[in-house]
Design a protein around this ligand. Structure first.
Ligand code: AMP
Ligand code: ZN
Length: 114
């Protein structure tokens, strides 16, 4: 999708702090980090919200979650803990309509989230 910010980062049309890339998934640092580690894990294919997922995307979403866990472990947060979040639609705070898994680590997280 032409006007999608994350599609542009994936294609290298605008700069991103990329920390992982394969043909199906890209991970990059959030531009406005809410924790010492704040990465976004995104599919290379444009999917606007979780509501658009199909059964055949189950593997892709699993890869996103597993990649988040791998990055958290690489950064040393495997045992201390980390937070993973998908926001869906504006009521939940979604502002970029290309699905992304927030991965946050390095500070104490409270529950329930705001
Ligand atoms: P959400 O509000 O859940 O849709 O999350 C969107 C996230 O994208 C926010 O945490 C933003 O800080 C982040 N963001 C916006 N623009 C950029 C950018 N150019 N590079 C990296 N992260 C961005
Ligand atoms: Zn996109």
């Amino acid at each position: 999708m032409n006007d999608c910010l994350f599609c542009k980062i994936i294609k290298g049309e605008i700069p991103g702090s990329i920390i992982y890339r394969d043909d199906r998934i890209v991970a990059f640092n959030d531009i406005n980090p809410q924790a010492p580690l704040h990465a976004l894990i995104v599919p290379t294919r444009h999917i606007p919200t979780l509501n658009a997922l199909r059964r055949e995307d189950d593997g892709l979403v699993g890869e996103m979650v597993r990649r988040g866990a791998a990055i958290a472990a690489e950064k040393g947060y495997e045992e201390s803990g980390y937070r993973t979040v998908f926001n869906t639609n504006p009521g939940a705070g979604q502002s970029v309509f290309h699905i992304h898994l927030h991965l946050l680590g390095g500070r104490k997280f409270t529950w329930p989230p705001g």
